[in-house]
Write a protein that binds this ligand. Structure first.
Ligand code: HEM
Length: 154
């Protein structure tokens, strides 16, 4: 079951990237504020995201596919920025003050394989927190379009 989900990741990332072709209005119209806020609660609100990101970073550092990218980084800062970014993405009451995705990943030589590896590690961290699959998939769908700014090596 789990392996099947992971095997679907590349196809999922590609499929959701098609959403980028839609006008902005069409994308936002699908996620009413109330539902997004409920989604934020499903992740345990801000304390849940702090816990998720603590575990996510441990896993990112341990995974041979992503570890080399995150070892030289200011890991505490990245975790804090991810908490705020995910909070906003899930409809929570936060402000993201970090760098935009294009400039923060511009010099990191990130491939599609790196991106998919990070998504798999995030899925494992969400599984460990007991976050329901439907909520996991909603977050992944919101993050997927960012691959255009994050992947710099084809
Ligand atoms: C949807 C996917 C991703 C999201 C939402 C995301 C989000 C972020 C955020 C919010 C930051 C902090 C920016 C700041 O400090 O102002 C960051 C930094 C960073 N990200 Fe990502 N990221 C993604 C994919 C990746 C991937 C695939 C890698 C590599 C495998 C990666 C490696 C890094 C590294 C190394 C930093 C720290 C850069 C530095 O030291 O300045 N990210 N990311």
């Amino acid at each position: 079951m789990k392996n099947n989900r992971l095997a679907l990741v590349p196809a999922f990332v590609l499929a959701t990237s098609a959403l980028l072709a839609l006008p902005t209005q069409a994308q936002t119209a699908e996620a009413p504020a109330v539902a997004a806020s409920a989604l934020f609660q499903t992740f345990g609100a801000k304390p849940g995201l702090v816990k998720l990101m603590d575990d996510f970073m441990v896993r990112l550092l341990a995974d041979p596919r992503t570890g080399a990218h995150f070892k030289p980084a200011n890991q505490q800062r990245v975790k804090e920025q991810l908490v705020d970014q995910f909070c906003v993405t899930l409809g929570g009451p936060c402000v993201y003050k970090g760098a935009d995705m294009k400039s923060s990943h511009a010099n990191l030589d990130i491939t599609k394989g790196d991106f998919n590896a990070l998504v798999e590690v995030l899925q494992a961290a969400m599984d460990a927190q007991g976050i329901p699959y439907a909520a996991q998939n909603r977050l992944l769908a919101l993050l997927a379009p960012m691959h255009r700014d994050v992947i710099t090596v084809q």
